[in-house]
Design a protein around this ligand. Structure first.
Ligand SMILES: [Zn+2]
Length: 424
């Protein structure tokens, strides 16, 4: 596929606006000391990692590959005895061995010149571990206060390639989640002019927007075709449903990779780039970086986890008596995937590579129907069962608010000059 042709495709307006604070979640608590019945003005306390930022100095330190925490601490003047005590204390809370190289730790000091009295490590965005060794050695795990706000976005696809969105700096995680929210839409086949809008959660830490949370509702419009997705969760149901309560889930995922592009379509008469002759291509190639996770497109049982000279490392899955899928050229298999393993839709079964007969890293995805290879992009699969009738009143009651929120977001319809011709 011509690189130039696909590169300049522009995706238009992405309107993002903070809407309303979602309740029922943790809110950041900033303690403000008012100085009761006193005339003096007391400065509001600003806390970071539970410490008053006016009392301490924080210093970030990046952990180099293969560095040991003990050595690092020693180079920062921490006593050997304290390091041993810290290792012992940490074992039950958060082992020092779990601190990953390449990530930062933040030293806590009384002032710039002092030796550190502790450090902070953040294993995830919403968690931190405090290692104290100023006085008595103490290790404690904490949750970062955060706020969940509801935001909205809308946009127009000016390309048949959904992937182009990512070149435009659109939040990749959100694209990914939108594929889950309205799974019936084949985002690989997005058409110029298609419109979408969504209402989703955004997590704020210390007042700054960070990752996205759930998508609460989404709509996708392609000509006359309009699809909705609403998040619904209780004891029995969890996931995305359309306005009628039908699950927005597909029998088969559109592709075994997220954010992939089709580098070679199913074609019964293709010129083979390696063999240099005409040979039917009975699969669909998805190009992606080596190591990208490959997903099972549906629930099933692994029948093959093997290697051949042509296929390289490959996995084959039997879904039912009609359908099987096969994934070729893997760099490696997922650890827990063996012959006979039951896998779930979306589960990682291996990683992109170029083993076997391949010019570059990609997955050759092969779809078998009654023992014959077919183009899965032309198949119509039966829809999944809708929810119980008895559930519907509650579903409709719960989704009313979501519908109102989504209706309040206009579809973006700004036309943007289409720069470049489309290779597809
Ligand atoms: Zn192929």
């Amino acid at each position: 596929m011509n690189k130039h042709a696909t590169k300049l495709i522009l995706v238009a307006t992405i309107l993002i606006g903070g809407l309303f604070v979602y309740n029922g979640q943790k809110h950041q608590t900033t303690s403000v000391n008012q100085g009761i019945a006193e005339a003096s003005i007391v400065k509001p306390k600003v806390l970071k990692y539970g410490l008053d930022v006016q009392d301490v100095v924080f210093q970030d330190f990046k952990i180099k590959p293969n560095a040991f925490m003990g050595d690092i601490l020693m180079s920062f003047g921490v006593d050997f005895d304290k390091i041993l005590a810290l290792e012992r204390e940490a074992e039950d809370v958060f082992s020092l061995r779990k601190i990953r190289s390449g990530k930062n730790i933040t030293f806590i000091k009384d002032d710039e010149c002092a030796d550190p009295s502790g450090f902070i490590y953040k294993p995830s965005l919403l968690q931190f571990v405090k290692f104290d060794f100023g006085g008595e050695v103490c290790v404690s795990k904490h949750e970062v206060p955060y706020e969940v706000c509801v935001e909205s976005a809308s946009g127009v696809v000016n390309s048949s390639l959904w992937n182009a969105m990512m070149d435009q700096g659109f939040d990749v995680a959100l694209v990914d989640k939108m594929e889950d929210a309205i799974a019936q839409v084949n985002f690989h086949a997005a058409q110029p002019g298609d419109q979408f809008k969504l209402v989703y959660e955004r997590i704020y830490v210390e007042g700054k927007p960070t990752s996205t949370g759930k998508i609460l509702s989404a709509a996708y419009k392609s000509g006359e075709y309009l699809r909705y997705g609403f998040y619904y969760e209780n004891d029995k149901y969890k996931g995305y449903y359309d306005q009628n309560g039908s699950p927005n889930k597909k029998t088969f995922l559109n592709a075994p990779l997220r954010y992939s592009r089709i580098s070679s379509a199913f074609n019964r008469n293709r010129f083979h780039p390696v063999l240099k002759r005409r040979k039917a291509h009975l699969g669909t190639d998805y190009a992606a970086a080596t190591g990208t996770a490959i997903m099972a497109v549906a629930d099933g049982v692994v029948t093959h986890r093997s290697y051949t000279k042509g296929n390289g490392n490959y996995v084959k899955i039997k879904h039912d008596k009609t359908y099987q899928t096969q994934y070729l050229h893997m760099s490696r298999f997922a650890r827990n995937v063996k012959r006979g393993t039951r896998v779930k839709q979306g589960q990682t079964i291996g990683y992109v590579g170029s083993t076997g007969l391949a010019t570059g890293p990609h997955v050759c995805f092969r779809f078998w129907k009654n023992g014959r290879q077919v183009d899965h992009r032309r198949e119509n699969f039966p829809p999944l069962n809708p929810m119980d009738d008895s559930e519907l009143p509650e579903f409709f009651a719960e989704t009313t608010e979501l519908i109102d929120e989504l209706q309040a977001v206009p579809f973006a319809d700004r036309k943007v000059v289409f720069a470049g011709n489309n290779a597809d």
